[in-house]
Design a protein around this ligand. Structure first.
Ligand SMILES: Nc1ncnc2c1ncn2[C@@H]1O[C@H](COP(=O)(O)OP(=O)(O)OP(=O)(O)O)[C@@H](O)[C@H]1O
Ligand SMILES: O=C(O)c1ccc[n+]([C@@H]2O[C@H](COP(=O)([O-])O)[C@@H](O)[C@H]2O)c1
Length: 225
């Protein structure tokens, strides 16, 4: 079984994440892509982070009825930050050597990977799939060379090392949508229709999320500079 794991804060999940997950599923012939909301995102210590239960509920609604896209609560109730290497090691321990995992992340997140916990161990448990634009290929290749020095080019967009998961660059459509922009629009009382799936929009409205003054998600400015 080939399982994609797409981690994120997902505050909220939006059409950019969903379209990217769909394209990775299709391009790599995966059985499923699991969207994994981080219980405590290691690098996003926003005081206004929406509670995990709401972020997971929005992911569940976003993928409902799509068999190959799945919501995963694997990082729920983790004590301390949700380090990806621990998530992958836990999944591997639970499921054995059978499934092949593909950890999916954007090139923005990947270019920061040298600050992640035990990042070199990630390829012990999974292949890394870096979604990005062709234009950013050189920048990503430079990070791969530094962060995964044992991985050697094995094709234009693939890097491999013996006995390890590979690292590959995969161009996907990057819709110009972000959680930050969505939270700002909602805090300003503006529409986010069509930036998130209808059931996610309804969930946000029904639960009063991201509203100025009383919601749990009230960004004052960029989530990160
Ligand atoms: N529009 C998009 N298209 C494809 N991938 C995206 C897009 N936005 C974010 N990602 C990727 O999804 C993963 C999770 O992102 P995250 O949940 O932080 O979303 P975000 O929209 O960037 O949120 P925020 O604006 O709050 O930082 C990261 O690997 C990121 O690179
Ligand atoms: O393991 C780490 O040290 C680590 C540091 C930063 C981010 N991550 C993971 O990367 C994914 C995207 O994170 P973010 O902050 O861009 O939403 C999400 O699954 C995070 O848990 C993981």
């Amino acid at each position: 079984m080939r399982i994609g794991l797409f981690g994120g804060t997902f505050d909220p999940i939006h059409i950019g994440h969903l379209r990217a997950g769909e394209e990775v599923w299709e391009a790599l012939g995966l059985d499923e892509v699991r969207f994994v909301p981080a219980f405590l995102p290691p690098h996003k210590r926003r005081g206004d982070l929406t509670p995990f239960g709401h972020r997971l509920a929005m992911v569940e609604r976003a993928v409902a009825g799509v068999g190959h896209l799945v919501a995963s609560a694997v990082e729920a109730e983790r004590s301390g930050p949700s380090f990806s290497v621990e998530t992958l090691a836990g999944l591997r321990a639970g499921l054995g050597p059978g499934p092949r995992f593909f950890f999916i992340l954007g090139d923005d997140a990947f270019c920061d990977i040298e600050s992640w916990k035990d990042y070199r161990r990630l390829t012990r448990y999974a292949d890394l799939v870096v979604m990005g634009r062709e234009a950013d290929r050189e920048r990503v290749a430079a990070v791969i060379a530094r962060a995964f020095p044992l991985h050697r080019p094995a094709g234009p967009d693939r890097f491999e090392a013996a006995g390890e998961g590979g690292v590959r660059l995969l161009p996907v459509t990057r819709l110009s949508v972000s959680g930050t922009d969505i939270r700002r629009r909602l805090a300003a009382g503006r529409s986010i229709r069509y930036l998130v799936p209808g059931p996610v929009l309804r969930y946000i409205e029904d639960n009063g999320l991201y509203r100025a003054g009383d919601g749990p998600g009230l960004p004052e400015g960029p989530a990160h500079p």
